[in-house]
Ligand binder design. Structure first.
Ligand SMILES: *Cc1c(COP(=O)(O)O)cnc(C)c1O
Length: 450
């Protein structure tokens, strides 16, 4: 990926704290000053931070462990599973997908009754895409982009592949992927607009792109799609918990998202789906399981969909993981998404300044939008030796970013537990890897998980 020229417009989208309107200084003293004015600083205490020397910049891939989740997990295992046994289903387990869904709804602008926690992002994309295609049976086109998360693209391809076997009218679907204007950083919005035509059943995009961090204008794209009669499905995996989302206000049809990234729900915690109230009764899940049945404990022989979004549940959910994740949401809910977004913008702006000041001389470029209004809570910094630099950071410098092909080192900034001093220190260590040429001893051959 080629980076763009670095001209960072500071505070373009930042509200409040007007007295910090001077340019960022690439110094530790300045990071210290930002920390001293940070209203969210105390939330760090809510997380397990065993190694204060570790600079963790991968909260966008796996969030840190909230202390409340430890207590809750212990209680779920020892009391609810160990003592209550089967009685647990009547003590809050059965309703958990909807209850926890409503809590997540607070973070994504969804009124109660529209969000359900269940399955994985990939599976929810499958269910909702199939539902959308069945709801728009005369339309054949699915529009997405080449920067979308690969699993999302695979699921869409798999759907088109399976539908191609069906007889009658329900076939001949196609996936149109619009490209970027600048090697993977910014989507070509003009191409997107013209790809959405009268034959489009569904537009599905990642709200924040997993590599460049580009943030789509949800309101605008949703309106555009609706004008052509298409439905819209947003993947919120990289936006939920890092910035305010307004699904109801934008009148989005569907959304899906992850809970182990900025929601700190733990590895493999179940995902969520959103179905706008207006269409819940009009759409059907392609997977008819007993959890989505109108009256599951009647054990009737024929499927009848449950009212509302519940019909999109299929089978028994991972309760230990789901309920642990519920406890993990508390710090986010009490901090509020507006404060989180304000700090996140300061962090990505500060990181952009440090990229320019400390790293550009070593051949790094910014692989993310310079305008913070169009950016999520992570940035990519690009370097031809990115893979080896990333390994040196993890193995020698106690810095954890992650690497994404072809040359992106992705730096995630989770506002609830990351400090500006840590960002400073992280960049200083990247600079040391470069001045000491520490990356040169690593092979170009990649490990399985990057
Ligand atoms: C992390 C992520 C996923 C994860 O999908 P799973 O099926 O839950 O593993 C999906 N989409 C996007 C955009 C992601 O960032």
């Amino acid at each position: 990926m080629n980076g763009t020229a670095l001209a960072v417009p500071f505070f373009d989208n930042f509200v409040g704290k007007s007295k910090m309107k001077e340019d960022f200084q690439p110094t530790p003293a300045y990071a210290f000053q930002l920390d001293s004015q940070d209203k969210l600083a105390s939330f760090r205490e809510a997380f397990v931070i065993d190694d204060p020397n570790l600079i963790y910049l991968d909260g966008n891939s796996l969030g840190r462990l909230p202390k409340a989740a430890i207590e809750r997990a212990k209680q779920i295992v020892e009391e609810e599973w160990g003592r209550d046994l089967i009685r647990g289903w009547n003590k809050g387990w059965w309703e958990a997908p909807a209850r926890v869904g409503d809590k997540i709804g607070h973070l994504i602008g969804a009124a109660p009754g529209q969000v359900l926690v269940n399955d994985t992002v990939s599976l929810n994309l499958y269910k909702l895409t199939m539902a959308a295609l069945a709801y728009r049976p005369e339309k054949k086109r699915i529009v997405t982009d080449t920067m979308n998360f690969p699993s999302d693209l695979y699921i869409l391809q798999g759907i088109v592949h399976s539908l191609s076997f069906s007889g009658g009218a329900f076939r001949d679907h196609e996936v149109i992927r619009i490209d970027s204007t600048d090697s993977g950083l910014t989507p070509d919005l003009a191409a997107l607009e013209s790809a959405i035509n009268e034959d489009t059943a569904l537009v599905t995009l990642s709200h924040v792109l997993f590599k460049s961090g580009y943030l789509y204008d949800m309101q605008r794209i949703t309106e555009l799609a609706h004008r052509k009669g298409a439905l819209v499905l947003w993947d919120l995996s990289h936006s939920v918990g890092s910035l305010p989302v307004a699904l109801d206000k934008c009148n989005a049809d569907f959304a899906i998202g992850c809970t182990y990234k900025y929601l700190n729900g733990g590895p493999g915690a179940p995902a969520f789906l959103y179905i706008n109230k207006a269409i819940q009764e009009k759409v059907t899940s392609p997977i008819w399981g007993w959890w989505g049945q109108n009256n599951p404990f009647a054990f009737g022989l024929d499927y009848e969909p449950a009212p509302g979004a519940n019909r999109f549940l299929a089978g028994t959910q991972p309760m230990i993981s789901l309920l642990t994740m519920e406890a993990a949401l508390d710090p986010l809910l009490s901090a509020g998404m507006d404060s989180i977004r304000a700090k996140s913008i300061l962090m990505t702006n500060y990181a952009s300044t440090l990229t320019e000041n400390l790293l550009a001389p070593f051949g790094f470029s910014l692989g993310s939008p310079v305008d913070s209004a169009r950016r999520g809570s992570h940035i990519s910094i690009c370097h031809t030796d990115g893979y080896r630099i990333n390994r040196a950071l993890i193995e020698e410098m106690n810095v954890i970013p992650d690497f994404r092909e072809p040359d992106n080192i992705r730096l995630g900034f989770a506002p609830l537990y990351l400090s500006f001093m840590e960002i400073w220190e992280g960049f200083d260590r990247i600079k040391r890897v470069m001045t000491e040429k520490r990356y040169e001893k690593y092979p170009k051959q990649k490990l399985t998980v990057t």
